[in-house]
Write a protein that binds this ligand. Structure first.
Ligand SMILES: [Zn+2]
Length: 54
């Protein structure tokens, strides 16, 4: 299991969510919106989570 972390996407930010959490996508999506002003689509994030898990 991995983590989705902002750092991996070029942000100087310590936020990360455990990809095993069921609401990981929602939490990361909300964080990106609120803190970085970037709106990831759920599809994009699903692909990211799948890549981490495999
Ligand atoms: Zn962040």
């Amino acid at each position: 299991m991995g983590k989705i972390s902002c750092k991996n996407y070029g942000f100087d930010c310590k936020f990360e969510v455990d990809s095993s959490e069921s609401d990981a996508i929602n939490r990361f999506q909300k964080h990106s919106m609120v803190v970085h002003g970037i709106e990831y689509s759920s599809g994009t994030l699903s692909q990211i989570v799948m890549r981490i898990k495999n």
